[in-house]
Ligand binder design. Sequence first.
Ligand SMILES: NC(=O)c1ccc[n+]([C@@H]2O[C@H](COP(=O)([O-])OP(=O)(O)OC[C@H]3O[C@@H](n4cnc5c(N)ncnc54)[C@H](OP(=O)(O)O)[C@@H]3O)[C@@H](O)[C@H]2O)c1
Length: 250
Amino acid sequence: MKIVVAGGTGLVGAAVVDKLRAAGHDAVAASRRTGVNLYTADGLADALEGAQVVVDASNSRYTDYPGALDFFETATLNLLTLGAAAGVRHHVVLSVVGSEKLASSGGLYFQAKAEQERLVAESGMPYSIVHSTQFFEFVRAIADSASDAHVARVAEALVQPIAAEDAASAVVETATGAPTQRVVEVAGPDQFRLGDLVELELRWAHDPREVRADTEGEYFGARLGAHDLLPSPDATLYWSHFTDWLDRRT
Ligand SMILES: NC(=O)c1ccc[n+]([C@@H]2O[C@H](COP(=O)([O-])OP(=O)(O)OC[C@H]3O[C@@H](n4cnc5c(N)ncnc54)[C@H](OP(=O)(O)O)[C@@H]3O)[C@@H](O)[C@H]2O)c1
């Protein structure tokens, strides 16, 4: 099956491409590095020719609302319109557990992700939305976004992170199955207080920043309730443990 992976050179997208190819699919990575611009649509129609499935694992470099919204809205409409013209019959998008809640709690990036999901769900194209919890690889960015030079003030909330590799497996399973026409959730096996998770990451990196859990702390602009980052009970849980992953990390 020909499957175009938008953002197929990114953290999750590249792993999705590798896994699809290993399973015998014709996976095409579509990103600026491979000559495809999702925003301007340059190279996109050619990449989509003959594709049956589109996986959107692209990301915006903007975390503000206008920048992120402009990217996700334009890229998504380009993928849906040119995908339909090319005969695509399943559009899979990777998004974030709790995107709607995070969007309504003030998270500007998440408002753009929620809009991306709405466009897909209302497009008439058969679709699946994969909601993942935070990637292990993203914990440093969480610390950085909440830090000054000496202290990381992270929100007082629970989190159940997943290895990007496992999130990629979930996306592959979804993309090679029938459209779900709904959100499916995936998460890692272990729950942490966000502050404890950031502490593990920083101590691993010999980073001297102090970590303080802060009930007033924000998560990329969103005010978090204690359970806002957690998956629902029917989420599929993957296997990799954060502490094992830290041990193996070079
Ligand atoms: N971080 C987390 O913990 C987390 C959790 C759940 C869900 N997610 C979602 O997972 C998705 C993927 O995240 P990620 O961290 O794997 O992304 P990433 O590593 O930042 O990769 C982003 C990809 O998008 C491509 N891209 C960006 N602008 C493009 C453009 N104009 N045209 C074509 N390609 C473009 C990049 O390639 P080029 O630079 O070559 O164009 C790259 O391949 C995101 O949508 C995110 O919301 C993330």
